[in-house]
Ligand binder design. Structure first.
Ligand code: 13P
Ligand code: ZN
Length: 275
């Protein structure tokens, strides 16, 4: 059953998300990355086929909640456009060791390489979103959508400003991300510092914008994680269109209307961001 894991049902969902993101134009070159916390029953049939004697690597932080978990992740420098055609080369399965501070690659990266350079943000993000949602969040997705990145040159880098502007752009937005979005100022990608700043936001938000870089989204499954990202980017696209033709809006959704909407759909809207 060598590498059969890349033909599993969850791998199909993983690969499909990579392909959809590529089709959207959110993954120039090796841009973006994806991770999935594999369910116990999903990894069980493959345990005997995994190579569990490889090099042990440090995560850079200790995440005791993740000890013993297995993740499917994209490889660093791998292109999303190649994932569908060659998943065994582009993807890895990693195992978090019992100390919660180390991992090893147990499948994939068939031509060599290592997991995404954003692994610290992914793993610390899983730790934060898992705790905040009673374990329901399993997917973390990072991509480079153009309209959202463009917004980060025009608005103050504040959670409330981005959240309200995005909510206003499309009626479904407050229903899909009622907590709003977090915003992290520009920082060097790939390290522990940006991971820590992102994780502070991930304690509250499923979507975190990285100024002049992209977005991280968390979700329970591949569809709702991609759907969240798609919704935020579409709202950003409308925002850019509106801003491209006029300095200010002629009318918008009011605070009372937002409250009415939240009540009708039974969502807990973060009304602090409406003032
Ligand atoms: P990786 O190729 O290491 O995943 O990096 C891509 C990226 O988008 C970094 O932010
Ligand atoms: Zn990136």
């Amino acid at each position: 059953m060598k590498n059969g894991i890349f033909e599993s049902e969850f791998a199909k969902g993983f690969i499909n998300l990579c392909e959809m993101g590529w089709q959207k134009g959110w993954h120039e070159r090796n841009g973006g990355n994806l991770s999935y916390r594999i369910k116990k029953e999903e990894i069980a049939p493959y345990l005997d086929s995994l190579c569990r004697t490889g090099e042990i690597c440090g995560i850079g932080v200790t995440l005791p909640h993740l000890a013993g978990e297995f993740f499917m992740v994209t490889g660093s420098g791998k292109y999303m456009s190649n994932v569908k055609g060659d998943p065994e080369n582009c993807l890895a399965v990693i195992e978090i060791l019992p100390d919660g501070g180390h991992f090893r690659t147990v499948a994939g990266l068939s031509a060599g390489g290592r997991p995404t350079s954003e692994l610290p943000t992914h793993l610390m993000g899983h730790d934060a979103r898992m705790s905040a949602t009673d374990g329901s969040r399993r997917v973390i997705y990072h991509c480079h959508p153009a309209n959202l990145i463009a917004m980060t040159f025009l608005l103050p880098l504040e959670d409330r400003v981005f959240s309200k502007e995005l909510w206003e752009m499309m009626t479904e937005c407050p229903i899909i991300f009622p907590a709003g979005v977090g915003v992290v100022k520009w920082m060097v990608p790939g390290g522990a510092e940006i991971a820590r700043a992102s994780v502070e936001k991930m304690k509250t938000f499923d979507a975190v914008v990285w100024a002049h870089h992209g977005i991280f989204c968390a979700g329970d499954d591949f569809d709702n994680t991609f759907g969240l990202c798609h919704t935020v980017e579409k709202a950003a696209e409308i925002w850019i269109k509106v801003r491209s033709v006029a300095e200010s809006k002629r009318q918008t959704i009011t605070k009372d209307e937002f409250v009415e909407l939240a009540k009708a759909f039974g969502v807990e809207l973060n009304t602090d961001f409406l003032d």
